[in-house]
Design a protein around this ligand. Structure first.
Ligand SMILES: Nc1ncnc2c1ncn2[C@@H]1O[C@H](COP(=O)(O)OP(=O)(O)OP(=O)(O)O)[C@@H](O)[C@H]1O
Ligand SMILES: NC(=O)CC[C@H](N)C(=O)O
Length: 668
């Protein structure tokens, strides 16, 4: 992926029209791009309107059309429209043919279709974009500024206002050279707005939410709007398709989503785990290469041994390692397999960089594994990687979802559990949260909030991640329960769907996808980390043609209950759809989330790092964390090997790193 940084002067504070001021802005833009230079080592492009009102900056990791013609910003000189795009747009050849007579393409870049589509469809161009992207478009004639982000938030896009200038960029650190003075948003921290909504850790900084765009006309303050949202069927409408039809429907769409993502003018590989999602991706890639003669990025040898798979290898004793299974999958496929050992030393040495780049404190060592993997992929010359994220979100993959599935009968599917049967099974099922040692979620939740959530508890479960050893004074921000604050933030139409139309399983999928998934998983285990080593990751499961289809599958076929042995099969339809492309071991394996180890020796390198980072001075400099409580957590983490204490202490250390690297003022 690339990186973008842009400035729009908002009316009321025009930039003094002198050369020095213009030069200063240009210099600030360069420094802003320097901070994300790793995202675009191949080219840098800047443009400004000459009057200090608009500045666009782009750093490029060349993927499609490696020539300088495809460098950005793009410009449509006929209409005087500019665009900078980070990401990959599929179906570009189709639009190139369709619109070639009315738009003069300058390159073969997939991203240039943004200008052609804008010319043809106006603001509705966003609905025609398929892929992972964040973009900025400036229509100079109409003085319209647009910032938009892909449907699931694979790519990030943040904005803030500093000195009456709107700053929009791929990463928040890009705002620093423009004089942004970061301050913790304690309310957002206490209400978990940074975890769930478009708020961030920092006051006044927002993300453009997935499927949203921001727009300013005539330099006025921006408006935020939705162009796409996740939708589910009415839970009372009977499903008329057969199980076989849906299995085939998923197979066809997944294969196509993978096929379009093989297109690149650079080498391409796969992040392979021991789970079914990435194994299915690898299996389908092998099928496309071998049986359909597909090119693997720029490699048209059609050799399976050219499919490079990378797997994180944690300490085998930790229980977190899946590399043996991944190796068996790779051998079965005949693919080229590489393990990436992630030892305590690796975790310790990459800890600080991982949180600085992801800008996301997430309590797990897994993101560090992801960073190490990108480094190895890069050393093998790989620039594009296919991954398996996004399958659990629409196919019912998480263990916790069983609880939500059992809240109501599935009226859309005739042979599903009903009435007393359901209550019985629900009581027997021990749908516990997958993170060991986690506190009980949702206790004391107001009844009205429970009703707004239609009794689903996924939000409470995920918001536990935001529970830190907060300093006592921050309790003044707790008048509203985080769950209440977050459900109130949803669009009223979504709340209506939750109480009237969606099955609780689908409500839970929605809340998960809009919160933890885009704000944490896709950041700490995604683009911002992968790009540190110039690796662009593409998740085919987030192709909206596939996910829209998956969202319409009845809950009882996502999580299938077997009355003979009382078991649940998660991702049932997907499992059947990919069966021909995976080993039997993978087909039968239940989901194990990608989580890193949490138990480390006392006085080892990681413990020493934690002790250094959680010094009284460092924790007090945060202002919102209690030092004494933090010490207890660090002790419990390393002496008692308490996994939950480890996770919370881990988060505090991440906040300390962010406070130091961003220069965040002490909260008070
Ligand atoms: N140990 C690992 N090594 C390499 N890549 C991994 C590893 N764990 C996860 N990934 C990457 O992250 C993606 C998301 O992980 P996730 O656990 O959701 O999926 P999965 O492991 O493929 O399948 P499942 O959901 O059945 O476990 C994977 O599909 C894979 O691309
Ligand atoms: N890295 C990117 O975001 C790639 C942008 C565009 N697809 C290119 O190939 O240049």
């Amino acid at each position: 992926m690339c990186g973008i940084s842009a400035v729009l002067s908002l009316k009321g504070c025009p930039v003094p029209p002198n050369e020095d001021a213009l030069d200063q802005l240009d210099d600030q833009l360069s420094k802003s791009l320097d901070l994300i230079q790793h995202r675009g080592p191949d080219a840098r492009g800047k443009w400004n309107s000459g009057d200090g009102n608009v500045y666009l900056g782009h750093v490029r990791l060349s993927i499609v059309d490696l020539s300088s013609q495809a460098n950005q910003p793009f410009h449509n000189s006929v209409d005087d429209v500019y665009a900078i795009v980070n990401g990959e747009l599929y179906d570009d050849e189709y639009y190139r043919n369709l619109l070639g007579s009315e738009y003069d393409f300058h390159s073969r870049s997939d991203c240039e279709i943004v200008l052609a589509l804008y010319r043809h469809y106006g603001l509705s161009f966003l609905s025609y974009l398929r892929g992972e992207f964040a973009l900025i478009l400036w229509d100079a004639r109409r003085k319209v500024f647009i910032g938009a982000r892909d449907r699931y938030g694979v790519k990030s896009l943040y904005y803030t206002v500093v000195n009456n200038r709107l700053l929009v960029a791929t990463e928040m650190k890009c705002f620093l050279p423009f004089g942004w003075k970061p301050e913790w948003d304690v309310q957002s921290l206490r209400e978990c707005g940074w975890l769930f909504g478009a708020g961030t850790l920092f006051k006044g900084v927002h993300s453009v939410a997935p499927g949203h765009y921001i727009m300013s006309r005539d330099f006025k303050p921006i408006q935020d709007a939705v162009y796409w949202d996740i939708e589910y069927p009415n839970k009372r409408t009977p499903e008329l398709r057969s199980e076989e039809e849906m299995i085939e429907g998923v197979q066809t769409r997944l294969m196509e989503a993978i096929k379009v993502r093989l297109r690149a003018d650079v080498p391409l590989g796969i992040y392979l785990s021991g789970g079914i999602d990435s194994s299915a991706v690898a299996g389908m890639v092998a099928h496309l290469v071998k049986e359909e003669g597909a090119r693997l990025g720029n490699d048209d040898s059609h050799l399976l041994s050219r499919i490079k798979c990378f797997t994180v290898q944690f300490d085998k004793e930790s229980g977190a390692d899946e590399s043996d299974i991944a190796q068996r999958t790779a051998e079965w496929l005949g693919a080229d397999f590489h393990t990436v050992p992630v030892t305590e030393d690796v975790i310790t040495s990459k800890f600080e960089d991982t949180v600085w780049h992801s800008e996301t404190p997430m309590p797990d060592t897994n993101g560090i594994g992801r960073l190490a993997m990108a480094e190895v992929a890069n050393s093998h010359g790989i620039k594009v990687i296919l991954t398996g994220e996004g399958s659990d979100e629409s196919f019912g993959g998480y263990k916790d979802l069983t609880h939500e599935f059992l809240l109501e009968s599935d009226l859309s599917w005739p042979s599903s559990l009903s009435g007393t049967e359901l209550t019985d099974v629900a009581q027997k099922s021990k749908a516990t949260y997958s993170l060991q040692g986690m506190p009980e979620p949702g206790r004391g939740l107001p009844e009205s909030t429970r009703r707004m959530l239609n009794n689903t508890s996924i939000l409470s479960r995920l918001l536990i991640i935001g529970r830190l050893p907060f300093a006592e004074w921050t309790d003044s921000f707790t008048a509203t329960r985080p769950e209440t604050a977050q459900v109130e933030r949803l669009d009223g139409r979504v709340r209506e769907a939750i109480i009237n139309r969606w099955h609780p399983l689908h409500t839970a999928e929605y809340l998960w996808t809009k919160g933890f998934f885009c704000n944490m998983l896709l950041r700490y285990l995604g683009d911002n980390i992968d790009m540190v080593h110039h690796v662009e990751t593409r998740p085919p499961f987030l192709d909206h043609h596939l996910s829209e289809y998956a969202n319409n599958i009845p809950p009882s076929l996502k999580i299938k209950y077997s009355s003979s042995d009382g078991s649940f099969t998660e991702k049932y339809v997907l499992r059947e759809a990919v069966r021909p492309f995976v080993t039997d071991e993978i087909y039968k394996r239940t989901k194990k989330p990608y989580l890193g180890p949490t138990k480390f020796e006392e006085n080892g390198p990681l413990h020493q790092l934690f002790c250094r980072l959680t010094s009284r001075e460092n924790v007090d400099a945060l202002g919102f964390i209690d030092w004494a409580r933090t010490q207890v957590l660090v002790q419990k983490a390393f002496q008692e090997k308490d996994p939950w204490a480890f996770r919370v202490a881990f988060s505090v250390c991440q906040f300390v790193v962010l406070s130091q690297r961003f220069g965040v003022a002490r909260a008070s």
